[in-house]
Write a protein that binds this ligand. Structure first.
Ligand code: MTE
Length: 335
């Protein structure tokens, strides 16, 4: 993004762990039993059943309970293979842990995700500091397999586990004055080494925002898991946003604050470089980034012989569902 100027071929194939390196399901379960990780066993079983070889951590009891009644594959893209777990968890953007794609996987384990609370405030009837468990208490988990298109022109297909943001919004009851939602990531310099670096240009904490109708759209997800397990830290544990028709930077990780506000919030990337990153950030092959085209994308993983470059779709392929949100807008200006 801004910290390093990305070339379109930024992902080195050596960054990609071959799928053969996965643990077998049997190894995984034996390891879990030996380590006494009984709390998360149901979720371990489900993760490895659905995604063979996925290394699931012991999950909190509430998560494991909800997993048992999860609705699997509620949304699936047409015939597109899911990105291998190893790629989705080793090639990340999470600047709080460093600017390089491998930094989050290397350093994000320092983030303490339990206990976790989220402050809900602003123009809302039921403000408060909610534990994650409480925040999710009325939710039924769903699996949504979405395309993720980064503004840097690479993409993946990720099976998220979560629930519609709209469900939470309805529960906390925003006032009619609230027109936007502002989200904030945890800012813990002692656990997030990237925030201690003088080289990072970001004004922490990382902030994102949505217009209320975007937040209420049924595709907008609050994710607590992926690949049948809890979120790995590098992917935004324990709670992140997923907005599949927007560039990945809108999908803010490790959320600690959700505020209902009247005015469009100042968001991290837009504040830093407004001519490069818009508030809306809708995926649009016709609106180039000033420094590179957005017409095509590299679907990860590629290989030496197949770079997997493909055309980028308007609204990341979700135009049918979301174009109506932007009917009167000039997408070239409100990028
Ligand atoms: N959230 C926070 N807090 N910090 C970040 O640096 N990076 C964003 C987004 N959410 C980022 C973030 C960007 S640029 C992308 S492309 C996605 O996370 C990447 O998500 P992934 O690492 O799970 O693929």
């Amino acid at each position: 993004m801004l910290i390093r100027i990305p070339a379109s071929g930024e992902c080195r194939e050596s960054d990609v762990t071959p799928e053969a390196a996965y643990l077998s399901r049997r190894q995984l379960l034996r390891g879990a039993i030996l380590s006494g990780a009984v709390v998360g066993l149901p979720s371990l079983a489900i993760a490895s059943e659905r995604y063979p070889g996925v290394t699931a951590e012991p999950a909190p009891t509430w998560f494991a309970d909800k997993l048992a009644s999860a609705r699997w594959q509620a949304v699936v893209p047409d015939g597109e293979p899911v990105t291998p777990y190893a790629d989705a968890t080793s090639y990340n953007n999470f600047y709080e842990f460093g600017p390089n794609k491998g930094d989050p996987a290397r350093h994000a384990s320092a983030l303490k995700v339990e206990p976790w609370t989220v402050l809900v405030d602003g123009d809302v009837e039921r403000p408060g500091r909610y534990s994650l468990e409480d925040l999710c208490s009325e939710a039924r988990l769903e699996e949504r397999i979405y395309r993720l298109r980064c503004v840097e022109a690479w993409s993946m297909v990720i099976p998220w586990l979560g629930f519609p943001l709209a469900d939470l919004v309805k529960r906390v009851q925003p006032h009619s004055a609230a027109k936007f939602i502002r989200f904030e990531t945890a800012y813990r310099p002692e656990e997030m080494r990237g925030t201690r670096s003088g080289f990072a240009l970001i004004d922490w904490p990382y902030v994102e925002g949505l217009r209320m109708d975007e937040a209420m759209h049924p595709l907008t997800l609050l994710a607590v898991g992926m690949y049948g397990r809890t979120l790995p830290n590098q992917n935004g544990a324990p709670l992140r946003l997923v907005v599949p028709w927007k560039y990945g930077f809108k999908s803010i990780k490790s959320i600690v604050r959700i505020s209902f506000v009247r005015d469009q919030p100042a968001t991290t990337w837009q504040s830093m470089a407004p001519e490069e990153y818009g508030f809306y950030a809708n995926v649009n092959p016709k609106v180039s980034h000033p420094r590179w085209s957005q017409a095509r994308e590299r679907r990860l993983p590629g290989s030496l012989f197949n770079t997997n470059v493909q055309d980028t779709l308007l609204f990341n392929g979700y135009a049918e569902q979301v174009a109506g949100l932007y009917g009167s807008m000039d997408l070239g200006k409100d990028y």
